[in-house]
Structures are given as C-alpha cells and as structure tokens.
Design a protein around this ligand. Structure first.
Ligand SMILES: Nc1ncnc2c1ncn2[C@@H]1O[C@H](COP(=O)(O)OP(=O)(O)O)[C@@H](O)[C@H]1O
Ligand SMILES: [Mg+2]
Length: 468
C-alpha cells in the first residue's frame, strides 16, 4: 500500500514509466531498500519541501484524481522505512530532500526538511523531468527476501493499477514489467463473461455529483471446475475477495461489500464484481486518507444495495446450475483417456496451431484444464455461437469445447451422462468420442472455411431436427 501511494503520486505527475527497485544493502540492520523512480513532471524546490512535510500537498482536498490529503508521501515512506530521500528533476535542475527518523530521534534533524540543489543524473535516462524516492533501512517489511517482495509487489500493483497499466502506464519491478491483473477475469476469451448490463448510478454527496458504475462477471464453472483445489486457490479463483472497489481508476479496497443481506457462500467464489466511483463521492464510500479502505455510508447502501443484492442472488443461482451441469462431465474424462490410449493408431495431425475458438484460448485454458499434457481435452462450455462444438489445436493438444446449449448435448448427452446406469454413461462417452473424431477430422483436413460452415449448418439442422 505504501508503494501504491508512491505510484499514485507518479501517475498524478503524468509519469509514463514508473520503476521500482527492491534491493539489499550491506547494512547489518534493516538491509533492505526500495526505490521508486518516475518520469513525471517532477517538483520545484518549494513543492519538494512541502512534499515531505506531513499534510503538505499541492492539491489539498482536490477530487480530480488519486491524491488528496498530502499524507501519502511522508506517511507511506515512514510506515516502511527509517529514512526517505526524495530527488526531483525539472528544467535541467535537480533537488534533494530527506527525512530521517533516527536523526530526528537524536534531535539532529530539522523540523522542516531542507531542500538542496544537486547535480546527478536523472533516475530514468533520457527523460527531462522526474522524481526518485528512495526508502532506506526498511524496518517494517513483512518479507525478508528481495525476490519475494518484488513478486508480491508486482502482483499487487498489477491489480491495483490495472486500469492505468491497460491505458499505457508502464510499471516495472526489479526489471520486470508489471502485467495488469484483471479482477473480473475478462482479459482472455476463456475467462469470465459479463453478467447483465453495467449498472450506472448518478449520485450526489457533500462534495457534489459523481458516477458509480458496477459490473458483474461470471467465471466459467464448466471449464474450470475440474481444476484441483490448490490450483483454484493459486489462480485466485476460490477464496479470493469478490468485490473490488475502484476510485479514479485505482483499486482502493476489495472484499464483500454492498451485497445487502446476502451472505457469502461457496458458490459465490464463481463470480466477481467491480464497483468504480468518482472521487467526488468519497464521503459516500467513507474513504479514508490512506485510500486503503472503504466504509459505505447509509445513503450509498440505500441507493445501490438492493440492485447489487439481487444480481448477487441471481449469479449464485446460475453458479449452482452450472455445477449441476458440470456433474455430467465424468464421461468426458473417460473419453479423453480412451482417445489418448488409441492415439498411436490414428492418422497423424499436422504440426500447426489453430482453432475456431480463438488463438488465445488454449494458452489460457491450458493450465486451467486437468491434464495440460494430454493429447485431448474435452470440456463443456456455454458457447456464444449455436455450433455444436468449437475446438482449439495448440502444441499437439486438441481441446474440444462442447456447447451445452445445443440439443445434442442438452437432450442426448446430458441425460446419459447423469444416468444411474453404467451403460448409459458409457454411451455418453461414445457420443462425445464421435464429436471428438469430427473435430479431429477438421484439424486433419485443414482449418478450412468450408468445414466451418459445414459444421455450423450441420449443428443448426441437427438442432431443428432434435427440437422438432
Ligand atoms: N512522484 C512525484 N512527482 C511529482 N510530485 C510529487 C511526487 N510525489 C509527491 N509529489 C508532490 O508532493 C505532494 C505531496 O504528496 P502526497 O503526500 O502523496 O500528497 P497528495 O498526493 O495527497 O497530494 C503532492 O501534492 C505533489 O505535489
Ligand atoms: Mg499522494
């Protein structure tokens, strides 16, 4: 959170690049240092002096963007380190200023930090202006290893600043570019899909009007339910906070918020919600100066909770239904095994990558499916097309997405798959093997437009026949 404060300041200074470095020094006590460099507009000596005094802000109570109270820089720094140095460059002139807790304790330090001109190169080479904040003698860090701190930082910052990263700000931690981490799991085709329209509210608080936008997504239960428990946890599917609250494009809190009387249940692991609001509505969200927490006001709750609660209940029902459907996936696993067992006697597949489900799909689905090294993967999916199946062929694995909405799946496969009779379940397996063979033939014959339209026609006419 402290580093996020520094990134806030960099972004607000219009930085395009923020470089964070976590390093270990030779010091015996508190060896860790963390620095944050940006290529923003920097500070003049007056601003620099003010920046390190508590409550010193060039934008006090301003609601345009990230900062507001001027508590960020000194507070955040000294919450982690015994000393903070700030260097800032602008118009070819550089200045330095610092706060040192140990000097203050020995009463050697001045009450107000002194700003002195310096001549050293800017932190980001080739940039005319910028700021470099160096936290030294970090004494409050939870972790001891620089690599651990760097990877935790990268993941957190990727999530907190996802919107800024997506629109062009680059953040680096120890030389690695931070990837945006999408709370809503929407960044890939096999990920989550938005549920319903975006809800928009025009609200007014003591500081004026502002907009609240709420989005819900549902995770692909049918694709991901087969993952091992530990894997689901590692990927942040289960046990993760569901509601992310985003102020001025930056995440300020996550947890279980504004869902009325609905309590969180296990099924609720499978959807996400993102609430975005304007800083003019800070009072309604009960945001504090640390920007780490919200505490929704009664007015806000009255305005949006009833809607959010009913969407949450609807999503919970849908997840339940998807888990019911997922129960019919056992024959798929049997079919995968059967197909893999005989794959040696099948005509060879070309050495290429393609599919109708989008080139991205396999790469993301890969680690999410049960057997990433298998030659065949079968999954149920709610496809956006009316096709009976879509597939992806990548790195030698054929992944088949069977459309649970199609009557072949709905009326033939499903009753067989859920039957008490072993022989019915064996027929379900054989049925999907027929479809797998068709997809495999498509791969062999080339990823052809004619084949695709054949499949679409065949799917649609089959639907009509079976629905008749
Ligand atoms: N990286 C930076 N680049 C330019 N100016 C900065 C930077 N960091 C801090 N400042 C200046 O220092 C002031 C104090 O920062 P801070 O304590 O975080 O308060 P706030 O962001 O709420 O204004 C800011 O208002 C800004 O003028
Ligand atoms: Mg700030």
């Amino acid at each position: 959170m402290a580093i996020a404060e520094m990134v806030d300041n960099a972004i607000q200074a219009e930085a395009e690049t923020v470089e964070i470095s976590v390093s270990e020094t030779q010091r015996e006590q508190h060896p860790l240092n963390i620095s944050i460099s940006d290529d923003g507009h920097g500070m003049d000596p007056t601003d620099l002096g003010r920046a390190l005094s508590f409550g010193g802000s060039s934008r006090f109570n301003d609601r345009l963007s990230l900062g507001r109270y001027g508590m960020g820089l000194p507070n955040a720094s000294l919450s982690q380190a015994r000393r903070v140095d700030v260097f800032s460059w602008r118009d070819g002139k550089a200045h330095h200023c610092y706060l040192d807790l140990d000097e203050v304790a020995e009463e050697r330090g001045q009450t107000l930090p002194a700003v002195v001109p310096i001549d050293s190169p800017p932190p980001l080479q080739g940039r005319d202006s910028g700021t470099h904040v160096e936290l030294s003698r970090c004494d409050r860090l939870e972790y001891k290893r620089t690599s651990t701190i760097a990877s935790k930082l990268g993941a957190e910052l990727g999530r907190i600043f996802r919107q800024y990263i997506a629109t062009g700000t680059s953040i680096w931690v120890n030389g690695e570019l931070v990837e945006p981490l999408d709370h809503l799991f929407q960044s890939t085709p096999t990920g989550a899909t938005q549920f319903g329209e975006t809800l928009t509210y025009q609200l007014s608080g003591p500081s004026g009007f502002g907009v609240v936008e709420v989005r819900f997504t549902e995770l692909p239960v049918l694709l991901w339910h087969r993952l091992a428990e530990a894997e689901k946890r590692r990927l942040g599917i289960t046990g993760a906070p569901l509601v992310s609250v985003v102020r001025a494009g930056r995440e300020v809190d996550r947890g279980w918020f504004l869902m009325g009387r609905k309590r969180r249940e296990n099924y609720d692991d499978w959807w996400r919600c993102e609430i975005r609001f304007d800083p003019t509505l800070d009072e309604l969200f009960g945001i504090t100066h640390t920007k780490q927490q919200i505490s929704p006001s009664p007015e806000l709750r009255v305005a949006i909770e009833p809607d959010l609660e009913s969407v949450a209940r609807a999503l919970n029902q849908r997840v339940r239904r998807h888990f019911e459907m997922a129960k019919s996936s056992t024959p798929l696993i049997t079919a995968e095994r059967t197909a893999s067992r005989v794959k040696g006697s099948l005509p060879p597949l070309p050495n290429c990558t393609y599919g109708t489900a989008g080139a991205e799909i396999r790469r993301t689905a890969g680690p999410l499916l049960s057997d990433p090294d298998g030659a065949f993967q079968l999954c149920l999916a709610e496809l956006s097309t009316t096709a009976l199946y879509e597939f992806e062929f990548y790195a030698g694995t054929l992944t088949l997405f069977l459309n649970v909405r199609h009557p072949v799946l709905r009326d033939l496969f499903r009753p067989l798959a859920l039957s008490d009779q072993l022989s019915d379940r064996a027929h379900a397996t054989k049925l999907v093997l027929v479809l797998l063979a068709a997809a495999r033939a498509e791969v062999r014959c080339g990823n052809d437009e004619i084949l695709r339209s054949f499949r679409q026609e065949w799917s649609d006419v089959t639907s009509t026949f079976l629905n008749a």
